[in-house]
Each structure stands twice: as structure tokens, then as C-alpha cells.
Design a binder for this molecule. Structure first.
Ligand SMILES: N[C@@H](CCC(=O)N[C@@H](CS)C(=O)NCC(=O)O)C(=O)O
Length: 209
């Protein structure tokens, strides 16, 4: 049994979707970000970075959404959410997971938390983040046009779950992800999966649901 510390619609979505797709047993613990619960001593003992998600595995808390999703995929290999170690698609899988984790997700952090490091430079940071995010969507859309319909071609994987979470995060931006046609087609496919409906119900998501 896993325990997922989450806030609705936050970076936990990737882990939550992966748990659902794996059919793994889990329970949810809500963290009230608006109340600052992520900075409480009790939560910092679980996740010293003061962010969600945290996943408790065999009684031990762990963080970082992408790492947690990749770990779950390994622990529940029967769900086939990533290419096997000896698959020719393995390199693409690692490349895309790291691209989303290193290039795209941090830009969203800057978009949503522009005052993290430079409180006075907020709008400039947001504009830089927007430009970077849109460049990533263009890159992904171009890839899907020739190598889709999923990020790993014909094979659905955890990479798509990660992309779906990030697509949803862009829904209130000037140029949201689903305005790129191949990304929109991928979103439609992924949102038709039972895991998406169950996630929306469990996290209470109503927008872009
Ligand atoms: N690199 C972390 C980032 C997690 C993160 O930024 N979570 C946000 C919500 S999406 C959070 O907890 N924000 C609360 C805060 O920073 O105070 C991960 O992927 O797990």
C-alpha cells in the first residue's frame, strides 16, 4: 500500500495517474498548499523540499514526481508503462522523461512561482517561462506529427501521462498546449482512459477534466 501526499491538480498528478494505470493499491493524504501545510515541520520531515508529491513506499517517504513515476513503472512492470530494459525504445523513453523533467516542468515552476528566487522580477520571469514553454510545445507537436500518436510512437507509456499533466497546467496560459493539433489529439486519447476520469474524481478536478 502506497500513500500519496497530494494537492489537487499539482505535480502529484503524474504519480497518481501512474498508480492508477499500474492498478497499485494506494491511499491519498491531502496537503493544503494555500494554508502552507507543505512548510509545516511535520510535512518537511516527509519532504524537505516542501513540495508535493511525496509517496510513502514501504513506510519510507520519497519525493520528485518524475522519479516516483519511473520507480512505480519498475515496481509494476506488468503494467508495461515503459519499454523494457533491452527494448530499442528505451533510449527514447529516458530521453522524453528527462526532457519533460528538466526542460518543461521547471519552466512551469517559474510560471506559477515567479517570485521563488527574485521577488521583484516576477513578470519578466513569467514571460521568459511562457516563451520557453511554448517552444517546448512546438517541439513536442513536431515530434508527434511524425512519430506519434503517442510520444513513444504506437505505444502508450508513462511519458504520455507526464505530458498530460503538463498540458493541463497550461490551460490558463495565453497559448495552451492543446492549441497545437497533434498535442490536442494526444490529450483527447489520454483523457478517454479510465485513469483520467478516476484521477479527476479523486482529486476533485473540474476544469479541463
Ligand atoms: N520537482 C518537484 C516539484 C514539485 C512542485 O513544484 N510542487 C508544487 C505543486 S505543483 C508545490 O508543492 N508547490 C508548493 C510550494 O512550492 O510551496 C517534483 O517534481 O516533485
Amino acid at each position: 500500500m502506497y500513500t500519496l501526499y497530494y494537492a489537487p491538480g499539482s505535480a502529484n498528478m503524474l504519480v497518481h495517474l501512474t498508480l492508477l494505470e499500474c492498478g497499485a493499491p494506494y491511499r491519498l493524504e491531502r496537503v493544503d498548499l494555500d494554508a502552507g501545510q507543505q512548510r509545516s515541520a511535520a510535512y518537511l520531515a516527509l519532504n524537505p523540499n516542501g513540495v508535493v508529491p511525496t509517496l510513502v513506499i514501504d513506510g519510507v517517504p520519497h519525493g520528485e514526481a518524475a522519479a516516483l513515476a519511473m520507480l512505480l513503472v519498475e515496481r509494476h512492470a506488468d503494467a508495461a508503462l515503459a519499454p523494457a530494459m533491452d527494448s530499442p525504445q528505451r533510449a527514447d523513453y529516458l530521453q522524453w522523461m528527462l526532457y519533460l523533467a528538466n526542460s518543461l516542468q521547471p519552466l512551469f515552476r517559474q510560471w506559477f512561482y515567479p517570485g521563488d528566487y527574485l521577488p521583484a522580477a516576477g513578470e519578466g520571469i513569467k514571460e521568459a517561462a511562457r516563451i520557453g514553454i511554448e517552444a517546448c510545445w512546438s517541439r513536442i507537436n513536431t515530434h508527434l506529427a511524425t512519430h506519434g500518436p503517442y510520444l513513444l510512437g504506437d505505444t502508450f507509456s508513462v511519458v504520455d501521462l507526464y505530458a498530460l499533466m503538463l498540458m493541463r497546467w497550461s490551460r490558463n496560459m495565453p497559448h495552451q498546449a492543446i492549441t497545437w493539433p497533434h498535442i490536442a489529439a494526444l490529450a483527447t486519447r489520454l483523457k478517454a482512459r479510465p485513469s483520467w476520469r478516476r484521477l479527476c474524481e479523486a482529486e476533485g478536478l473540474t476544469e479541463w477534466a
